[in-house]
Design a protein around this ligand. Structure first.
Ligand code: ZN
Length: 427
């Protein structure tokens, strides 16, 4: 790889950059990781200001929120390639969404094109201060790993503090999520998108006064203190199954036809289109480019697992599960649900009790993963008949054997982080 030019960097920053690139190259070669964290950590250890120096003078867009970050980041990167050219957008496509991953993305990118970074919710305030983004996309906030990011109201307050100082930043924010509205509310310039919010359990407490948010019809919400849903600048209508249209207050409307499924992905695409527009790409061209994305880091692919065509989906928390269960439940193909509780998943799987597994009643279901017994108890309380098979690949085989599809429909596989990756990387 040809190293990109590094004009204006100090000797210390150049050493840090060289170390980042060298360690990433070595770690990729010897297979001890994707080379996105080790090198970045080393670079930051040598020069703690490296990230800000690498981003100086660049057009930066950040994407944060509990769910949909990786997909929205990918969609926005593809949209920006419309004018920047294929391969010229720098992005952390591996999902390494903390500062070492950001350093690695910037150090490895061989162009001076725009930068689109997925950012961990907790690191957003520091990232805004360091990277001076032109655009920040705020998708949603809900409970995630219970041992790490359960205090989402506190996160919303920290977002609000950081964005108050970002005078040159356009924030693209979900008007349907009260915590996002609170977090974005201090920003100088906000485009409000009615992106929807199926999971509301983390937003009933008003972040402005600690009173109670009341949700009404048509997505309206408000608190007695006056904190309420802002009038959206952009919203999404769903004229038919699998179809969407984005409408702007100025009367424009554009079709949202994606290769990846789900209402939530159409909402992610519209958020990305509004962000692209803030960076000079017409929304219709941005949406047209996004239609070519048919998988995101293995999500929504349909490989053959244990001889069975299987659609792979990732859900990490109750809000994500609620969206995916709503996606698969109109169908009748078997559903394999997989739960692990390793560090990357969060060690505490008690969130299973918040997931609306009742939606699966009457469907062929196999529970799997290292915590399949916790899952099995939850499914029994939800009155969902199921089989339990600890090994995830074997579980897909059982689903395909017990309920063969004569219509060629794939088995639906939904797993949390490491459970998904176990099956994705199985060959
Ligand atoms: Zn209030």
């Amino acid at each position: 790889m040809t190293a990109p030019p590094t004009p204006g960097l100090s000797a210390r920053a150049r050493v840090a950059l060289t170390a980042t690139r060298a360690l990433n190259a070595v770690s990729r070669r010897v297979g001890i990781g994707s080379g996105t964290v080790i090198g970045g950590r080393a670079g930051l250890a040598i020069d703690p200001g490296l990230l800000g120096r690498l981003a100086a003078g660049r057009t930066v867009a950040l994407v944060s929120g509990t769910n949909g970050k990786t997909t929205t980041t990918r969609l926005l990167a593809v949209a920006l390639e419309v004018s920047a050219g294929a391969g010229s957008v720098i992005t952390n496509s591996t999902g390494s969404n903390m500062p070492p991953g950001h350093v690695a993305a910037l150090a490895g990118g061989g162009s001076d094109g725009p930068v689109v970074l997925e950012v961990d919710e907790g690191y957003l305030p520091a990232s805004v201060t360091t990277l001076h983004p032109r655009v920040v996309v705020l998708l949603n906030l809900s409970r995630d790993q219970l041992d790490r990011t359960n205090e989402v109201r506190m996160l919303a307050g920290r977002w609000r503090g950081a964005l108050a100082g970002a005078m040159d930043t356009t924030v693209v924010a979900n008007a349907d999520d009260p915590l996002v509205v609170f977090g974005a509310g201090s920003a100088a310039r906000v485009v409000w998108v009615a992106a929807g919010m199926r999971w509301r359990a983390d937003a009933v407490g008003c972040p402005a006064c600690e009173g109670r948010i009341v949700f009404g019809a048509d997505g309206a919400w408000s608190c007695s203190c006056g904190f309420s849903r802002p009038a959206p600048d952009v919203w999404i209508t769903e004229p038919g199954e699998g179809d969407g249209e984005a409408e702007w207050t100025d009367g424009r409307h554009h079709r949202v036809a994606l290769s990846i499924p789900g209402r939530f992905n159409r909402a992610n695409a519209v958020m990305a289109a509004v962000a692209a527009e803030a960076l000079g790409i017409p929304a219709d061209r941005a949406l047209g480019a996004m239609a070519t994305v048919d998988e995101v880091a293995g999500r929504f692919t349909t490989p053959v697992i244990a001889g069975v065509p299987t659609r792979l989906m990732l859900a990490k928390n109750p809000a994500g599960w609620a969206e995916l269960l709503a996606l698969v439940c109109p169908g009748d193909s078997p559903v394999v649900v997989a739960i692990n509780a390793r560090v990357a998943d969060g060690r505490d799987p008690s969130w299973l009790w918040d997931v609306p597994f009742e939606d699966l009643r009457g469907r062929p279901v196999v529970a799997t993963g290292e915590r399949c017994l916790d899952l099995s108890v939850r499914l029994r309380y939800a009155e969902v008949e199921h089989q339990t098979v600890r090994d995830s690949v074997a579980a897909v085989g059982v689903a395909g054997e017990e309920w063969p599809s004569d219509a060629g429909r794939p088995v639906e596989f939904i797993g949390n982080y490491t459970a998904f990756h176990d099956v994705l990387t199985h060959r």
